[in-house]
Design a protein around this ligand. Structure first.
Ligand code: HEM
Length: 275
């Protein structure tokens, strides 16, 4: 018996699924807004706030705030858009998704500049890219840059090709959706791992022995890392569960790997037996 995709994958959710879905989204929102507020509170209250190149210690403070803002807040919301905006048409969701993704770009660029400044402009300068955190950071930023570049390039060419042969590009663009979605989730999870190592490093650098005494600041730092762990679990569940995908009108049928075939939907694709 073939599975009907409306029953098993995406599409309308039952009342209980909707309830669970919106509870999880609510929790994810609390964690994202909570984390952003907490990181701001931490750098302003405990780390002296912000400054530009005249005070590189304070310039560093932009780094955690903007990395969290770009990689967790904006990217997290960009990924949730397709799950949340189930009622409106796909173009609206696409525009919002792209807008949120693009908002992450300046945050990540400035966060990277400020951390390099905080190493290079210090006297004596601190060596760059020696730590585990910085290596993870480079991989995460690299994946994000690839994702943005590929989206812009594909978007640009699709736009022009679309003017002459829409059908020709549908298959190509649809084939890229799962790749784009998967890389998005991988980048988000890597960013979380990177941020957690960043917090650990900063806690050891700045608090030294006080860290093990669990001074107030240690609680604030650990709470941020715990929120990140919570977000990794929640977002992983929300984004991977095909139960929560948008309504699943097939948009493309891609080549069968064998005698069976896959039908790709707007956000997920799934196995369907012989028809
Ligand atoms: C999630 C996104 C993040 C990315 C992609 C990232 C990336 C990086 C990179 C590439 C460096 C190396 C700079 C250099 O060598 O000059 C660095 C340094 C640093 N980052 Fe992050 N970071 C992130 C989040 C955080 C967070 C949340 C903190 C928390 C405070 C943090 C703390 C640090 C510290 C203390 C350094 C200097 C020491 C070192 O080079 O490891 N980072 N980060």
């Amino acid at each position: 018996m073939g599975r009907t995709h409306r029953d098993s994958y995406g599409g309308e959710m039952s009342t209980s699924s909707s309830l669970i879905f919106y509870c999880l989204v609510f929790l994810a929102e609390i964690l994202m807004f909570g984390l952003l507020s907490l990181v701001l509170f931490w750098v302003v209250y405990y780390r002296g706030g912000f400054a530009w190149r005249e005070d590189v210690t304070k310039e560093f403070n932009y780094h955690p705030v903007l990395m969290i803002c770009g990689f967790v807040f904006f990217m997290g919301h960009a990924m949730l858009v397709y799950r949340l905006f189930r009622c409106c048409n796909k173009l609206t969701a696409k525009i919002l998704h792209t807008f949120l993704y693009l908002m992450a770009v300046p945050c990540i660029v400035v966060a990277t500049i400020t951390v390099f400044d905080s190493h290079n402009l210090r006297s004596p300068p601190i060596p760059n890219l020696y730590s585990l955190h910085s290596w993870l950071g480079v991989i995460t930023i690299g994946l994000f840059a690839l994702q943005v570049t590929h989206t812009l390039v594909v978007g640009f060419f699709s736009f022009w090709l679309l003017l002459c042969c829409e059908q020709g590009t549908v298959r190509f663009r649809s084939g890229l959706v799962p790749v784009h979605a998967t890389f998005g989730i991988i980048t988000f999870m890597l960013a979380i791992a990177t941020a957690v190592t960043g917090y650990t490093e900063k806690a050891f650098f700045s608090l030294s022995a006080d860290y093990s005494m669990m001074v107030d600041e240690a609680w604030v730092i650990n709470a941020q890392a715990a929120s990140l762990a919570g977000l990794a679990i929640l977002m992983g569940f929300l984004l991977y569960s095909s139960r929560y995908a948008r309504s699943s009108h097939p948009v493309a049928i891609i080549d069968p790997p064998s005698s069976s075939h896959y039908v790709m939907t707007q956000k997920t694709y799934y196995y369907r037996e012989h028809e």
